[in-house]
Structure formats: structure tokens, C-alpha cells
Design a binder for this molecule. Structure first.
Ligand code: FCA
Length: 326
């Protein structure tokens, strides 16, 4: 009996010692994003920093605009003795490579915003993910556009709908599909929906895509515009302005609610950037970082998939919503 007790005590002591040795390793978490210059990602990083401060871990922020930089960043994290990272990859098809490299380097990984896919284009279920509910949020965009058109007394058959498209990214496709479906349900003619494919997900490429489409479809004097994010819609709005289509003949609704949108709302006169569906960089930055911290320190894996929601934001309610978003 005595020996048994002694053995049990010894085991407990050893377990505590092992745990303490592990706990004593400073926690270091990487946060890798595809477009560090985009306000949305800046906000995510800011909220991730908040989590780092609260929990006392080190956050390593790295911009990964392409696959090469992404692979180097993962190796760099391992060399710095990080234990895990959150990632929004430059291309979701790099999913298998991310998973392989993370495993090889003994790093935990979870994705944010853009869900990683395998070689066949299927989501990689073993990588926990937090993203927006793209289709639902897209529907909110479409509904907002339809309601504003109605409020202005626009005849749908005289209006063009510009879909700034980035269909190679599943969440982007879901978002714009949601908007298309909601517009159609509100009685908008499908034939008036014009696709403008952008080559990247920034304002400049949306501007270029929109310019081509607006030139081709000059018969429409009134437009609504939507896309995967605020940058896409801002590009469309700027292109429309270049053709003399201003706030009274363009209704753009983006997705985001970060500085890109807020700067437009801060202008003294309204622009064609009518609104945005505000999503939560706090949940995507702060919460993902906490989940990763929990995974590293308590070996508790994050939920497989978390999808977040949004709120329609316009000049009217933006102050309120910014405050609520932290
Ligand atoms: C994607 C987009 C970003 C942002 C994020 C939630 O990564 O490219 O602009 O909308 O989803």
C-alpha cells in the first residue's frame, strides 16, 4: 500500500514537473495574413495583439502575399520556437502545403477568413477554421441593395448590378452568390447582373474590372455594386465616378466595415459607397488567438468551424456599430 501511494505521489510530481516545464516555455503564436496592407487585416492583428496582452503570449505578425513568403514564414515561426499559428493564406489551394509544413515543424494551425482546401478543392476538415457566413452575409448585401433601390424609386429593369467577382476563392463566390440570390428574390432581373472579374482582391483590381464592365454596359445609367469586400465595392464606386455616376446613380454595399468603409462614410458628402455589412475583426483576431492559446496551453483544440455574422452599416448607424464592434 505504502509503495503504491509513494508511486502515485511520484507520478503526480513528475506530471506536474512536466507540465510546468511545458508551461514555462513562453507561448508564441504566429498570425499570418495574405494582405497586411488591408484595413481588415490590420484590425485583425490589432485584436490579436489585445489577446496577446491579456494572456501574456508573444504574437508574431507576418504578411504572406504569396506561397513562397508563406512557407518561409512558417519555417521562421518554427525557428523562433512558436507553438502555433493562425493563417489567412494567399491562396486557399495551398491548404495541403500549409498542413504538411505545420506538421513537419510541430506547429498547431488554424485558418481564419479563407478556409483552406485540399488538392481536390475540398475544405480541409482537420484544420480548425473561423470565417464569415459568406452566403448569408451576401444575402444581407443583396437585400440592402434592393431596399435602397426601392426607397429611391428606381425601376429594377433600368438598373445594372455590378458583381465584382473573385470566384476562385470559395468565400468570395458564396458572398456574391448570396447577393445575386437576394436581388433576384426581390424581383431584380437576372439579365441586368453584370460580372466583373477582378485579378486580386484589392481596390485597384476591382477598379480595373469595373471600368471594363461599365464601358461595355453603358446603356445603364443607374447601378448597384457588390463584391467580396469593401475594397471591391470601393473600386466599383471609383470607376463609376470616373464615368460621372455619383452617389445619386450608384448604390454600392461592401463587406467589412473597417477603415476602407469608414473613410468613405467620413467624407462630408455621400459617395456611391452607400453601405457595408460590418463583420467582426474582433472575433476573427482576438477570438482565434485565444483559441490558439487554449490549444497550446491546455491542449484543447478549437471548434472545427466557426462562422460569424454581420450587420448592415450605413452612414446613419455607423457610429453606433463602430462602438459596438470595439
Ligand atoms: C477575405 C477577404 C477579406 C475579408 C475577409 C473576412 O479574406 O479577402 O477582405 O473580407 O475575407
Amino acid at each position: 500500500m505504502k509503495i503504491k501511494l509513494l508511486a502515485a505521489a511520484l507520478t503526480a510530481t513528475l506530471a506536474t514537473a512536466a507540465f510546468m516545464a511545458h508551461a514555462a516555455d513562453p507561448v508564441k503564436i504566429g498570425f499570418l495574413v495574405k494582405q497586411a496592407e488591408e484595413p481588415w487585416f490590420q484590425d485583425e492583428w490589432r485584436f490579436a495583439e489585445q489577446a496577446a496582452k491579456e494572456k501574456g503570449f508573444t504574437l508574431v505578425k507576418i504578411g504572406v502575399p504569396n506561397g513562397e513568403k508563406m512557407m518561409a514564414a512558417i519555417d521562421n515561426l518554427a525557428a523562433q520556437k512558436a507553438q502555433g499559428f493562425v493563417i489567412c493564406a494567399p491562396d486557399v489551394k495551398l491548404g495541403a502545403a500549409v498542413e504538411r509544413q505545420a506538421k513537419r515543424q510541430n506547429l498547431k494551425v488554424m485558418s481564419v477568413d479563407d478556409r483552406l482546401v485540399d488538392g481536390a478543392g475540398k475544405p480541409i476538415a482537420s484544420i480548425p477554421h473561423m470565417g464569415i457566413s459568406g452566403y448569408e452575409i451576401g444575402r444581407q448585401v443583396g437585400k440592402g441593395l434592393a431596399e435602397e433601390m426601392k426607397a429611391r424609386g428606381w425601376k429594377p429593369e433600368e438598373v445594372g448590378a455590378l458583381r465584382i467577382a473573385y470566384d476562385q476563392l470559395p468565400t468570395a463566390k458564396e458572398r456574391t452568390q448570396g447577393a445575386v440570390d437576394a436581388l433576384k428574390e426581390a424581383g431584380f432581373p437576372a439579365a441586368n447582373i453584370v460580372d466583373a472579374p477582378q485579378s486580386r482582391t484589392d481596390t485597384e483590381s476591382a477598379f480595373n474590372a469595373a471600368n471594363i464592365a461599365l464601358t461595355k454596359q453603358a446603356r445603364f445609367k443607374r447601378w448597384v455594386a457588390f463584391g467580396l469586400n469593401d475594397e471591391a465595392v470601393l473600386g466599383a464606386v471609383r470607376a463609376a465616378e470616373g464615368r460621372g455616376l455619383r452617389a445619386d446613380s450608384m448604390i454600392g454595399i461592401g463587406i467589412g466595415g473597417s477603415k476602407t468603409a469608414l473613410n468613405e462614410f467620413a467624407k462630408p458628402a455621400a459617395t456611391g459607397f452607400y453601405g457595408t455589412v460590418q463583420i467582426s475583426p474582433k472575433r476573427h483576431g482576438y477570438e482565434t488567438s485565444l483559441l490558439m492559446h487554449q490549444w497550446i496551453t491546455a491542449n484543447q483544440a478549437p471548434p472545427a468551424v466557426t462562422l460569424t455574422s454581420g450587420n448592415l452599416m450605413t452612414r446613419k448607424n455607423q457610429a453606433e456599430l463602430v462602438k459596438a464592434g470595439g
